[in-house]
Design a protein around this ligand. Structure first.
Ligand code: DTR
Ligand code: CA
Ligand code: ZN
Ligand code: ZN
Length: 315
């Protein structure tokens, strides 16, 4: 039987329908194609090492990594140097927000079908009031470690992989909107999906999956079902992070989130553990959003889920 998951409704934006084929399929009578390897386990120690570096960067630069500040520039330099050393083709994209220069970092993994681009991204800027480790060192570090895992595996997916770290999200998703707006309509249509990771290590975590695109949502839900972790649909952030820039342009989006200032209910604490009646992240946008403001289990599970989705959606 041929298994396929439609990532985009047929002809949704005028192009040919795109389908993602599960491995191991073959025409009737032919020898089965070898199934491409599953995603690797992402080492949470690697993700935490990036968080420690981002914390040090904030500490050395006035306590923050905000747009237009030296801590943002140092964060960019850190992430870019890791990607360059791993063999990525990287570029900085410059824009202006609130009178200051901002940058997106875009990293392409060489190879794959240029008409089937799978993107994963996270905002790299924080607010000026703290180091921004859960928001959003967590997404930035997990996307970085996933990109490095692609390189370590010498992974050759069918689709083209692109990773992005956005500037000035905290000023209203300025960087990601700039990126999408400057793409030609053709280049927009080449993006099969954008996966967003903003706050994935909240200290009193929930496991929330964006429900914007059914195929992407299913990919994440399948991963969490496989490890026995219940999920809920993400509702706290609708339109509040960089996926909105892509969704507004008609690009299928998905993502993960472990909660911000909303309060965990008793029912949620019963299924996920943690503390009912307390915020998912009491340090949201505060000076206490440090490396102590991370739940390692949530960070690990979400990092592994990112790799799973990147591998599965790019087959
Ligand atoms: N991470 C927050 C925005 C935000 C609040 N709730 C959600 C849910 C899903 C994604 C993002 C958000 C920020 O950048 O301030
Ligand atoms: Ca892991
Ligand atoms: Zn924020
Ligand atoms: Zn954020």
């Amino acid at each position: 039987m041929k298994l396929s998951v439609s990532v985009r409704a047929a002809g949704a934006r005028g192009g040919a329908p795109r389908t993602l084929l599960a491995g191991g399929t073959s025409p009737a009578g032919a020898a089965p194609a070898p199934r491409a390897a599953a995603a690797p386990d992402i080492p949470v120690a690697g993700v935490k090492a990036h968080l420690a570096q981002l914390q040090s960067i904030a500490t050395a630069n006035g306590g923050n990594r905000a747009h237009g500040r030296p801590g943002y520039q140092a964060s960019l330099t850190y992430v870019k140097s890791k990607l360059d050393a791993a063999g990525y083709t990287t570029r900085l994209q410059q824009f202006t927000a609130s009178g200051r220069t901002g940058y997106n970092l875009i990293a392409d993994w060489p190879g794959g079908d240029p008409d089937r681009v799978v993107m994963a991204g996270a905002h790299l800027d924080g607010v000026s009031s703290g180091p921004g480790i859960n928001d959003n060192g967590s997404g930035s570090a997990a996307v970085l470690e996933t990109a490095l895992a692609v390189a370590r595996a010498a992974h050759r997916p069918a689709a083209h992989l692109r990773f992005a770290w956005w500037g000035a999200e905290e000023l209203g998703m300025v960087g990601s909107r700039y990126y999408v707006n400057q793409l030609s309509l053709t280049d927009r249509s080449r993006i099969d999906g954008y996966l967003n990771f903003d706050m994935i290590g909240s200290p009193n975590p929930g496991y929330f999956v964006y429900d914007d695109d059914p195929a992407i949502e299913k990919t994440f839900k399948d991963y969490f079902a496989g490890i026995g972790v219940p999920t809920e649909i993400e509702t706290e952030g609708d339109g509040r992070s960089d996926h909105a820039s892509f969704k507004n342009a008609g690009i299928p989006v998905g993502g993960l989130f472990t909660g911000a200032s909303r309060t965990k209910t008793a029912a949620q604490a019963a299924k996920w553990g943690g503390t009912a009646g307390r915020a998912f992240d009491r340090c949201y946008h505060s000076s206490c959003d440090t490396t102590a403001n991370i739940d390692d289990t949530a960070l690990d599970r979400n990092s592994d889920a990112i790799a799973h989705a990147v591998w599965e959606l790019s087959r």
